[in-house]
Design a protein around this ligand. Sequence first.
Ligand code: EPU
Length: 342
Amino acid sequence: MSLPPALIETDADLSALNTLRLPARARSLARPATLDALEQVLATRDPSQPLHIIGEGSNLVIQNDLPGLTLCPAMDGMAKVKEDEHCVWVAAGAGVHWDDLVGWTVEQGWQGLENLSLIPGTAGAAPFQNIGAYGVELSQVLEQVTVMEVATGRVTHFAAEECAFAYRDSRFKSRDRGRYVITGIELRLNKIPACNVSYGPLKEYFGHLPSDEISPASVRERVIAVRQSKLPDPAVLANAGSFFKNPVVTASKAGQLKKSFPGLVGYEQPEGIKLAAGWLIEQAGWKGRRLGPVGMHIEQALVLVNHGGATSDDVLALASAVRRDVWERFGVSLEQEPVLLP
Ligand code: EPU
């Protein structure tokens, strides 16, 4: 089967397709906007060559040029699928810009996505790393994910319980990496708002209000304001969001640390104490500090920023210096959050 020439671009520039703005090229790049186009691209690829799947590149460190085929799923459209007395089910194509979906659902008065406002990236990338912010994770509102299996072109649906969701993790990111292309998602939202304002900055702002006076639109507005005050806009200052996961340590390790560092910030989780990596990095002296063209953000030490002209070597050198200093000071190991390609 021969492909329409427009479907695959060769030697494509990826510098605008990764929000850290690292220079890189893809050997072949396809942006299928329909299931048929995706099936066609997969059927004609050379299976001995690597396959990379990217959305808007907002959680990526592209280390080198990408060999093989790079896929940007571009399925469009968002729609209400069904509703009952309490809930509404909404579907979105993998290529939909995440915050357009959040904005649209909030405008309808549906509740569930408002805490996830302004997260960069696509709807299709959201389940890959189980995006989360301000006390809510995608897994809590996701009904199912639609995927195409790379090897067979078969379309399958996975219910949320089948996605192995964990903190910034899913089967798509871990055990099934590269096996499926996410083509769409379906979410279950509430018609009667019950907003979650338990996270620090939201609690401070909304804590005094009765819950029926807190609308999804007001929470969205507040989340946007908080994000804009701390997190750099990737269109202005290149970054990939949090560069490390918040590390989870045992209660006894957290207790020891607390004795030496009374200001330690940690939150109890079922699996242990989740420490604020931003606090550890700040205490290790990296907040606002640069190493060559890259640095840790002045307002949020967990965000690695490219001040201009950085390469992946610069990014990885800074990441390893930060990891080393946090380890030496606290004995806590930081795990990189953005995906390293290839
Ligand atoms: N903190 C500092 N110094 C800093 C940054 C943070 O001391 O420079 C401490 C403060 O005590 C603050 C606490 O860390 O109260 C938590 O900071 P923040 O609320 O900014 O959240 P975070 O834990 O640093 C996580 C997510 C973010 C998400 C926010 C809000 C991860 C890896 N990051 O950051 O997600 O927006 O919570 O829910 O879990 C992303 O994944 O790219 C991302 C931005």
